[in-house]
Design a protein around this ligand. Structure first.
Ligand SMILES: [Fe+2]
Length: 222
């Protein structure tokens, strides 16, 4: 009798394309090659969308460049993953940065907001895209969500299930009783303009990625 294949979910952290660290992205693709996951999830903040931030300072990039460069790197990443693990199920979660453009449109032109769907920006062959930055996935009893809370374990308490999230950029695995939570960190370029405005944050932010192997969390610091 053939043994059922264990579920192995590889989790790509906040990438903030196009302001990412290329070496870290390459390290992630190498790890996917090595681990051969059954599922691959990008945990949101796929794009940075810096020019649409309320805090952006005289950006040297146009809104069109910011989004098109970011999407080009994202499309290349998913294409590479599809080549490495063609049978893996792939999921794109959305984060708070991914919806910035749509948020600005609905603030400035609320009457036109219904004509724009955030999902329309994110189309990658063979990748299922979630609906919004609060939408989440459940795979093998584990929740995958971008995240919005400041304490990692509060995400697991919210869902009352083991939970993998991004958003805080502070990789950790926290355990309480039957619950655990894993923050998978980020791989943004710390020297880039959008990411280097808060040094106090950067001292705790770390490049990482995660794996859930048969429901057990594992972190890789990059
Ligand atoms: Fe992020």
């Amino acid at each position: 009798m053939s043994k059922k294949r264990k579920i192995k979910v590889f989790v790509i952290p906040d990438t903030h394309f196009p302001f990412h660290n290329e070496d870290a992205l390459k390290a992630i693709l190498d790890l996917i090659k090595k681990e051969k996951p059954t599922h691959v999830v990008q945990i949101g903040d796929l794009l940075d969308q810096y020019v649409f931030s309320r805090y952006s300072r005289t950006p040297s990039i146009t809104p069109k460049e910011d989004v098109t460069y970011g999407l080009a790197v994202a499309a290349r990443m998913w294409k590479d993953i599809k080549k490495i693990v063609p049978r893996a199920k792939c999921y794109q979660i959305l984060g708070n940065h991914d919806i910035r453009l749509c948020k600005r449109i609905s603030e400035k032109l609320p009457e036109l907001a219904d004509f724009f769907n955030v999902k329309d920006l994110y189309k990658f062959d063979g990748v299922k895209v979630l609906e919004s930055d609060r939408d989440f996935l459940e795979i093998d009893g584990v929740i995958y969500v971008h995240g919005w809370l400041s304490k990692s374990l509060d995400h697991a308490k919210h869902f009352n299930k083991p939970t993998v999230h991004g958003h805080r950029h502070r990789p950790c695995i926290d355990v309480e009783g039957q619950l655990w939570s894993m923050d998978v960190g980020f791989i943004a370029d710390e020297q880039s303009v959008p990411l280097n405005y808060t040094m106090s944050k950067l001292t705790k932010w770390r490049m990482a990625c995660g794996l859930v192997d048969d429901r057990q969390p594992r972190l890789f610091l990059l």
